[in-house]
Design a protein. Structure first.
Length: 125
C-alpha cells in the first residue's frame, strides 16, 4: 500500500518561480498546492491540511510574514519555510516570533529547499 504523499503549499507571486518550485517538489513525490498570492490562499474555502508551507516574503497586499501571522491566528501550525532575497535581523526576529522553521535566501543553493522541507517534515513526525 503506497504511503500518503506529503502535502506542500507554495505561495509565490512570480509564476515562473512558483512553477519551478512546484515541478521540483512533484519530482520528489510530494503533493503540491500552489497559490499566486496570500489573498488566493486565504480565500480558498477548500484548504487541505498542509504538512509544510513554502512562502515568499515579498508579495503584494501583505508580506509572507503577515500571511503566516494570519494563518497562525486561524490555527495553522504546520511548519513554514520563508524564501526571501534578503533576511535582515528584523525579518529574522519576526520569523522567530511566528515559529517559522527556516528562512532561505535567494538564490536558493542546490538542494537547500528540499533539505529544509525534509527537516520541517521530520519536526512534525
Amino acid at each position: 500500500m503506497p504511503s500518503r504523499l506529503d502535502v506542500i503549499c507554495i505561495v509565490e507571486d512570480d509564476a515562473a518561480v512558483r512553477g519551478a518550485l512546484k515541478f521540483a517538489l512533484e519530482m520528489e513525490q510530494m503533493a503540491v498546492r500552489d497559490y499566486d498570492s496570500p489573498v488566493s490562499l486565504l480565500s480558498d474555502t477548500n484548504l487541505p491540511l498542509f504538512d509544510c508551507l513554502v512562502i515568499d516574503y515579498r508579495m503584494p497586499v501583505m508580506d509572507g510574514l503577515e500571511l503566516v501571522a494570519t494563518l497562525r491566528e486561524r490555527g495553522v501550525s504546520a511548519p513554514v519555510i520563508v524564501i526571501t532575497d534578503q533576511a535582515d535581523g528584523h525579518i529574522r526576529a519576526r520569523a522567530e516570533r511566528l515559529d517559522i522553521h527556516h528562512i532561505l535566501e535567494k538564490p536558493l543553493a542546490d538542494g537547500a529547499l528540499m533539505e529544509a522541507i525534509r527537516s520541517a517534515l521530520r519536526s512534525i513526525r
